[in-house]
Write a protein of this length. Structure first.
Lengths: 440, 440
């Protein structure tokens, strides 16, 4: 049987990783797929470098449109990134009846509905294992491995840059700015790290997982996105003393507000019990914890980025497409796990309506009655306190830190209580609020 | 589209779990599969109980042959267990053109080659996600998620009973016999726990994973099977002092002996560094660590047994078959990951030829020259020592324990050195040998 022909758009880090792994393991992959998988064309603006990397093994062009238009190409692998030209090329490839593999989470989180609809109509597959958590086959686990389950929630460490920074901040007691510079020096953070450290990248991935878990469209615009730039080393230390670690989690969760179903979709720094397996995922590693009603909790761990881990996911998609290309399109695995005509419109909840626990830190005057005022405000808002830590004021200081962990409560009630606490004359500055998940 | 019809053979723990989850989540599952999945027939010797469990929702028969012969049944789910009647029924179902789902690791590890060959010839699927690590989709990860990789090794905690016992022995400092009784009382160990505690169950699962990882036939008879019954609480404590945990691991690993490729396939108690994520998998939980050349290490964690976790895997297989039934049989996912005509005959190595590190404990006389004799014997066998722990003799005792951790070495060299050490007049009794894996 003749090999399936692949056209690669962009041969940067992931593209060259894909080329290398396909070449190195071609025999092993053919033995699995039952058919060779051959990169027949590569498009890259840097034609010289692309020629060098591919060593004359395939045609190299500067214009990606030549690839998506080429009649011999069966599968287009989009590794350009971004929303502009990538969207145009993916839609064009679909229109030309080609299957698509992409690692582009930004594109799918924002234009996924349009892309999947076009693919559905044309009867082609769009595969995107590499878009979430790099080499970890989490899309496959959610979409195929856990199909028996009503998924209750997903919580993932899905951005390696921020997890590396948080691990270093904790290990070395350093502040965010210092560690960010180190991460940039080591190549764990990009020159412009905004998408990572502000939580945007994690939110793209959480958005994609929420659609697959709950059968809803991708809705990145409704996600709550909060990064780690404001996180202080002092809060990491206090959390540790209370038995918690702080991780940037992407969370997608079924919820109910006044008896009406909703979905929580949020990315923010989160305290999690130190004894949980996921709390011990360190450095640039990723992990996703999934709670299903039948299976209980399952966890998936591995490298979330890098040339070859991401190539591993891209190639798994190529093999899947090779295997599934002969199946009746109506019976292939649906793009978003649920059949297109069986999606629901369960709304994404605004942050004010989400329910979780909270870590609250406030700087207070070291004088009688302060704690009584604060606990009264919390009690009025029906917020229960689960644990408390009060430090003696440092030598010569008249102020001290109070840290409280609350029971599960609705965000709007916590916000209201915080406003009242901040208005107390004995409380200095703002209350630091970090959400807390037990993940049990 | 009319539902796909399933016949259940055996409605014990997993069977009733499967029935319940399919019923509870039928709407969710139909939205994913694009087609209903209906249990149309159940066979169980206890017809009364089966009728009660199914509440009249389907036909109940005592004779399983009626199910595998029935023209309306599309998929047969075998949950009887054992090698005898189960094998016969599975082969009969295949001969009748029915797809098969089974949770029966004993059957597949011993008769898998025969069963997969029959299924291949008949063009039907035999799915068995539930046979390894319960609800964790590890078969799917290995067979589909990691297809880009040359798998280098797999190491798994794949028996919940023994992991529960080892966790309790460590936590409470109790001996094996005591904890086994507790495990039986709590339902974590069966009345006859032989298959679990002697490592046979783990070896069945490791055998299946080895075939999928390396493209070799299942060869349970070549597996090295060693349980936890001889493990002493004292070794767990010493391991802890050296920074290690002891887990019963199922290991499948590529190796080379004198330039010739081989496979290590072994189940035994293993020291692993306490800081590894998998070392912190406690109680009855399972986890499998997979090393691929492109993706690096990935880990899969969850419940390895129980009614609903196992049902989760059985139903995922049912959905997969529903989706793949329309695909050209030659393009479906191969049973053992590699195409049947692309399997290799890489041999499973005898234990004497495997290479790993070792924990050695010896009871020695507290007198000069003993350590010199021992280290000389090890040096003669070119075995390097990585760490050593020597205890002062207890009050009034003339003997003491020496514990050594070795570098990587071949098992036969260690065995030869142990024989020489045991022959020393200053060494009492036998040397305790436990294998050690860094898993990095």
């Amino acid at each position: 049987m003749k090999p399936i022909k692949v056209g690669l758009l962009g041969i940067g880090t992931v593209g060259s990783g894909t080329f290398q792994v396909l070449k190195r393991n071609q025999e092993e992959i053919r033995r699995r797929a039952g058919r060779g998988i051959e990169i027949a064309m590569v498009a890259d603006l840097n034609v010289e470098r692309a020629r060098e990397l591919t060593g004359g093994a395939c045609e190299v062009v500067a214009d990606a449109r030549q690839v998506v238009e080429h009649p011999d190409i069966d599968i287009v692998v989009e590794l350009i990134g971004g929303y502009g030209i990538a969207r145009e090329l993916v839609l064009k490839a679909i229109a030309n009846g080609k299957h698509v593999v992409t690692a582009n989470k930004a594109l799918l989180a924002t234009h996924g509905n349009e892309i999947f609809k076009a693919a559905q109509e044309k009867g082609v597959m769009v595969a995107f294992e590499a878009a979430v958590a790099g080499g970890i086959p989490i899309i496959k686990a959610l979409r195929e491995g856990l199909t028996a389950n009503r998924i209750e929630w997903i919580a993932g460490i899905i951005n390696g840059t921020t997890n590396f920074i948080l691990s270093e901040m904790r290990d070395k007691g350093l502040d965010f700015d210092v560690v960010l510079k180190e991460a940039q020096r080591l190549g764990y953070a990009e020159a412009d790290p905004t998408f990572d450290i502000e939580g945007v990248d994690a939110a793209h991935k959480a958005t994609i997982m929420s659609a697959i878990a709950f059968g809803i469209p991708v809705q990145f615009d409704k996600a709550h996105v909060e990064g780690i730039t404001k996180l202080q080393a002092t809060d990491i230390r206090y959390a540790e003393q209370l038995g918690y670690r702080i991780k940037l989690l992407g969370i997608a969760k079924r919820a109910e507000v006044n008896g009406v179903a909703g979905i929580e979709l949020r990315v923010h720094p989160t305290l999690i019990p130190a004894k949980r397996l996921i709390a011990n995922v360190e450095g640039a590693m990723n992990a996703v914890l999934v709670q299903g009603d039948a299976v209980g909790a399952t966890l998936y761990y591995g490298k979330g980025a890098g040339a070859e881990p991401t190539a591993s996911a891209v190639i798994a998609d190529l093999v899947d497409i090779t295997r599934l290309a002969t199946a009746d399109p109506g019976h292939r695995v649906p793009h978003l796990a649920f059949q297109p005509n069986a999606m629901t419109d369960t709304p994404i909840l605004p942050m004010s309506e989400i329910t979780t626990s909270y870590y609250l830190r406030m700087q207070v005057a070291d004088q009688p009655g302060v704690l009584a005022d604060i606990t009264r405000i919390l009690a009025d808002a029906t917020i229960s306190i689960d644990a408390m830590l009060q430090k003696e004021p440092a030598e010569g200081e008249s102020q001290t830190d109070i840290i409280m962990l609350t029971h599960q409560t609705r965000e709007k009630h916590v916000e209201a209580a915080i406003a009242r606490i901040e208005a107390l004359p004995t409380v200095a500055g703002q209350v630091t609020k970090i959400r807390l998940e037990q993940l049990s």
